[in-house]
Design a protein around this ligand. Structure first.
Ligand SMILES: Nc1ncnc2c1ncn2[C@@H]1O[C@H](COP(=O)(O)OP(=O)(O)O)[C@@H](O)[C@H]1O
Ligand SMILES: [Mg+2]
Length: 148
């Protein structure tokens, strides 16, 4: 097996709402090896929660479909998270990223991407209508003096 990444895991799960908490906790467990602060850990968990919730509620509105989450560590102490679905896709990704834009009606705030962007260092959104969506986020974890 050849890879540039120092360590990685891939998790595939169905778009059941109970798996949102699983994905969030799994990402936190994986991130723990970077010795993050509680704040860094919470930022990562919040971003994962938003991305996975989007796949559950928007990508597969009337069905249960597959969601894949890849977690990768990079040598610069950054964590990369790729959350992918094979659902309905997004016609206009710039519009989707606009604060308060939602197709979810009254009960959605339209702040998911804004939250992911503010808690992570980078966010890339790729989507093909009818084929699915991939959200790639990266966050550098501080190296704390005295740790490792
Ligand atoms: N995985 C996805 N598949 C299809 N559409 C998505 C996906 N993620 C986001 N969207 C679209 O982008 C919009 C904005 O997402 P977001 O900022 O999280 O706000 P909210 O989820 O509150 O609507 C959603 O309303 C939806 O139309
Ligand atoms: Mg959302």
């Amino acid at each position: 097996m050849r890879t540039k990444a120092e360590n990685f895991v891939t998790l595939d799960f169905p778009s059941r709402s109970s798996n949102e908490g699983f994905a969030r906790t799994a990402a936190a467990c994986f991130a723990a090896q970077l010795d993050p602060t509680l704040e860094e850990l919470n930022d990562v968990k919040t971003a994962v929660s938003e991305a996975v919730t989007n796949a559950i509620v928007h990508a597969y509105p009337d069905t249960i479909g597959k969601i894949s989450m890849k977690l990768r560590l990079h040598p610069d102490n950054s964590l990369e998270i790729v959350i992918r679905d094979w659902g309905v896709g997004i016609a206009d990704v710039e519009q989707a990223r606009t604060p308060m834009f939602t197709t979810g009606g009254e009960e959605r705030a339209g702040m998911g991407f804004t939250i992911m962007e503010s808690f992570m260092d980078t966010l890339r959104l790729r989507s093909v209508p009818g084929k699915g969506t991939t959200v790639t986020m990266r966050r550098k974890i501080s190296r704390r003096p005295g740790a490792r």
